[in-house]
Design a protein around this ligand. Structure first.
Ligand SMILES: C[S@@+](CC[C@H](N)C(=O)[O-])C[C@H]1O[C@@H](n2cnc3c(N)ncnc32)[C@H](O)[C@@H]1O
Length: 403
């Protein structure tokens, strides 16, 4: 089926923006010699200043946007995450003096930071600093508006860091649905190895870009060799897959300055052996436009989110390389239950009262935990550095051994 049959028509201003983004990408590709590695294309389509999906003012989150994330689904998500954060901050405070920091990467609309700060205030566990690392200037503005609406004792703790911390810090790192947004390689298996997707410019009515399959570079060759040696079942020729080579260094750099504390990454993904299995021979790359999911990265780049599932084994390996240990790995549903979902729901239901509001609260929680919704697809991994207390969020059904 053609993409155009599946996707809604564009508004005139969207069509104009799509033309601007396509022209920019085409110029970049031509300047690079006519061929661009897919991660460069994805990075520009998502983050090119004033043009990329995350950098040009699109609505993005929520019912009127393109996709919905857990903190947008229900405040219960942030309240449960806050309970795990409070536990870690409590241990760190008991273990030594000095300020504690909560660092949130890719804070989106600011929904999670609001939920977490309000919940931490309630249990008197606020960190001294809540630092946001955000690549999108557009989203930084939205986060600032969310922060401005908070009471002053919370507001004054929030700050934006330009990138990874350059100084030692103690505390907790949070990243919800950020790893899946890092630019990824797209590959296909051949009879003798793999080919790498690159992007060329092509003038067609449905888009101006096309894939060009080429031999992999040395880094991808070496990655493929390592992965092949680990897979219980080989992938057949023709299978497609993604390799986010940027994820490992990104996690390592974030942990390099963490003296003691825990990093929590929440995202859709799997351990490596399940991610690169014959059952997923189509790969996991997806584009999202107004809650429609498809796999055409070249359909109006700049107007749609581009993502791929996370290889959680790679995240664990990056943690180990940074001197951390894997302190837990489980499904989102189990993490939320372990972190006190029942109590959080009861608290919020008591405030909400009965009727439609309670129905909405219940529906949100179902969406967070039901296996066919976010409950099983999304996982949570904890990397601990200079921190050896157990984490309640992984107390039951810890799947670390599957990584
Ligand atoms: C899918 S959104 C998730 C937003 C939010 N965490 C939530 O759950 O609603 C991805 C977020 O990650 C940000 N992002 C992408 N790459 C990043 C990076 N390298 N460092 C920090 N933020 C990044 C995006 O700008 C966006 O805010």
């Amino acid at each position: 089926m053609e993409t155009s049959l599946l996707l809604p028509d564009l508004m005139p201003e969207e069509a104009a923006q799509a033309r601007r983004v396509a022209a920019h990408l085409a110029r970049k590709i031509q300047a690079a010699g006519g061929v661009w590695p897919f991660p460069a294309f994805m990075a520009a389509a998502l983050y090119a200043p004033g043009l990329g999906y995350y950098a040009a003012g699109a609505r993005k989150f929520g019912a009127s946007g393109d996709f919905i994330t857990a903190p947008e689904v229900s405040p219960v998500f942030g309240a449960c995450v806050a309970r795990q954060v409070a536990e870690v901050l409590g241990h760190l405070r008991a273990a030594g003096s000095g300020p504690l920091t909560l660092v949130e990467y890719g804070a989106g609309s600011g929904a999670l930071l609001v939920q977490v700060l309000l919940a931490l205030e309630q249990c008197a566990a606020l960190p001294e600093v809540y630092a946001i690392v955000e690549v999108s200037p557009d989203l930084r503005e939205r986060q600032a508006a969310a922060v401005a609406a908070l009471p002053e004792p919370l507001r004054r703790r929030v700050t934006w860091w330009p990138g990874h911390a350059s100084h030692p810090w103690r505390g907790v790192l949070l990243a919800n649905e950020v790893l899946d947004a890092l630019p990824t390689e797209r590959l296909r298996v051949t009879a003798t190895g793999i080919e790498r997707m690159q992007v060329v410019v092509q003038e067609l009515p449905l888009g101006t870009f096309a894939p060009l399959w080429t031999v992999p570079d040395a880094a991808l060759e070496s990655w493929w060799e390592t992965v092949c040696a680990q897979l219980p079942e080989p992938l057949r020729p023709g299978s497609q897959l993604e390799a986010c080579l940027a994820a490992g260094p990104w996690v390592q750099e974030a942990l390099a300055t963490l003296e003691s504390g825990v990093a929590l990454y929440v995202d859709y993904g799997l351990p490596r052996s399940a991610l690169y299995a014959p059952a997923r021979a189509q790969g996991t790359f997806s584009a999202f436009f107004r809650h429609r999911q498809h796999a055409d990265a070249f359909w109006f780049p700049g107007l749609q989110d581009l993502t791929a599932w996370v290889d959680f084994t790679a995240v664990a390996e990056a943690g180990l390389a940074a001197g951390a240990t894997v302190a837990g790995f489980t499904t989102q549903a189990q993490f939320l239950v372990n972190s006190g979902l029942e109590a959080v729901f009861a608290e919020q239901a008591a405030i909400t009262g009965e009727g439609m509001a309670l129905a909405r609260l219940t529906q949100g929680v179902q969406r967070l935990v039901m296996p066919q919704e976010m409950g099983e697809r999304f996982k949570v991994i904890a990397l601990a550095k200079g921190y050896d207390a157990t984490l309640s969020g992984f107390g039951r059904r810890d799947l670390t051994a599957t990584l």
